[in-house]
Design a protein around this ligand. Sequence first.
Ligand SMILES: [Zn+2]
Length: 431
Amino acid sequence: MKTATGTTVISNGQLFDGSGKPPVPSATLVLTDGRITYAGPAAGAPAVPPDAQRIDARGGTILPGLVEAHYHATYFNIARLEDLDIKYPVEYVSLLAAVNTALALECGYTAARSGGCLFNCDVWLKTAIEADLVRGPRLAASGREICSAGGLMDWNPGFRKIGMEGLVFCINGVEDARKAVRSLVKDGVEWVKTYPTGDAAWPDQNDHHTLCMTFEEMHAVVATAHNHKLKVTGHCRATEGIKNALRAGYDTVEHATFIDDEGLELLLKRDVPVVPGLRFEQVSVERGPQFGLSQKVIDGHQETLDGGAESCRRIIKAGGRLGMGGDYGFGWCPHGEYAKELSFFVNFVGLDPLTVLKCATKTGAEIMGRGDEFGTLTKGKLGDVLVVEGDVCKDISRLEDRQNILAVLQGGVLKAGRLAPRTIIEVPLAA
Ligand SMILES: [Zn+2]
C-alpha cells in the first residue's frame, strides 16, 4: 500500500492517541511522507512547508484508524446460516467481499483481522488492497475455518453430498487437523480460525456448552500453524473449550463467553487477547424473530449475551486485553454497523469510552501483530488516522454515523470520509 508524499497537517480538534489516556485538547497531528512526525498540543507543533495539505477537524476528534478484530469480508449479509456455504460461487463472493472492505474503510476502519473466510478470498483481497486496487482495511488474512466433523460448522446434511468445501475443513483427528493447516499454509493465510466449541445457533447437538474439537486436535493445529509462523484463534463459548484453547497455545480467543477463574488465570498468564464480538448476541435476540430464529436459539443467544458481558467486565478488571470485532456479515448483523460494537461496549457492558477506544485501536493493532506500525498516534508510526466531527471520547456513538466521518487516512493518504476526493482505480498491466 502506497504511503503519501509530502506533509499533511490535521488540526482544530482534540487528539485521542489510542493509549487510553484522556484526549489532548486543541491538538495538531503532522504527517510527513505518510508517517506521524508530531502528535500533541497545537502550541508545540513544528513549522510545516507552505504547500502542506491541511485537514480541518472542525472542533472534532482526531484518533487512530479503527481496527476490526473479527472481520468476515466474505460473509455477504446472509439471511440464513446455510447460505454462507452454498448460495454463491467464489467469483461473486470475491466481488461482494471487495464491496465490504470499501465500506469498512468508509466507516473509519483502516485495518482488520479476519475471523475466517469463504474459499481463499482473504489472501487475494489483501493482495488487491495492498496493491491499491481495492479500497479496504489493511487485512490480516484467514482462510477456510477448521471444525471437527459433526461440530458446529458441519451443518450440510449428508444426503446433499456437498460437504462444506467453501467454508470449512471438517476434520476427524490430529492427522486431519495437520492436513487442514498445511493446506492453509499453502494458501498463504496468516491466521487459522477454528471451532473448539458450539454456539447458540445450533441448540440441539452443538450448543454453546458443547465442545466441537478435541484438545489433541486443537494442539495439532497450533503446533503445525506455529511451525509455519501462522497464528491460531478459535470460536470459544464453553468453559472447557476456552481453557483447551489457552492450554493448546492459541494466540487469541474469540468470544471467551463462559470463562471461569481458572480460564481467566490462564488467559492473563500469557496475556492472550480476547475478541468478544458480543453485540452479535444482542442483535440476534432483538432481530432474531424477523430472520426466523427459533425461540430456543434466541434464548441461547440471551444466555450468551449475559454470560459474555460478565466475562468482558472481569477480563478488563483483571487487566486483560479485549479487541473490538463484531462478526458482521449476517442479515441481522450487517456490514457497515461496525462501530455499533463500540457503543454497545459502553452502554451495555459498561466500559468507559476511552477503554473501548483503546480496545478498538491499540489492542486491535497488537492482535494483528502490527502494534509497532499503527494503532496509536505515535511519532514514527504510519499515518492511519480517523477524523470525526464531534467529541467521540464523550459520545462514542458519533462513530456509528458515516456522516460524522470527515477523513480516513491510510499511510497519510486521504481515502474516505466527507473530505476525501472521489478516486477512480484502474487495473494495471499484469506483472
Ligand atoms: Zn465470526
